[in-house]
Design a protein. Structure first.
Length: 119
């Protein structure tokens, strides 16, 4: 399937994770926005180029199957806020933990926990 120029321009903007594999003696490439999109290369440069090719093939497959193509994170807008739904019991437990740690703001407590979780 032929992709539009607009979509082709997005390919280098995806988030490529390149890691060395001692077991395979290769650089392994995965794409954060496309969880099942992976490839490899003998050098870092080859791995990245193979990553671009894998993304193009993956996107072609999504388009062929009429599945929405995820935007690269680099093109997404983030407001810095999101809604989290929890049970009343969990909400109470989090409020108690927050108070135990001296937080007056439940939001600040949760933001600190999230920062630790993704660091």
């Amino acid at each position: 399937m032929k992709l539009s120029k607009e979509i082709l321009k997005m390919i280098p903007l995806y988030t490529y994770r390149i890691e060395w594999s001692d077991e395979d003696q290769l650089f392994i490439v995965s794409v954060e926005e496309l969880p099942n999109c992976m490839t490899h290369g003998k050098t870092h440069t080859e791995a990245l180029n193979m990553g671009y090719e894998a993304v193009q093939c993956h996107i072609e497959g999504l388009a062929k199957d009429n599945i929405d193509i995820p935007k690269p994170f680099a093109l997404q807008k983030f407001k810095g806020e999101f809604i989290v739904r929890a049970t009343p019991e969990l909400h109470k437990k989090i409020a108690i933990e927050s108070a135990k740690h001296g937080y007056k703001s439940l939001n600040k407590f949760i933001v600190q926990l999230l920062e630790k979780a993704v660091s």
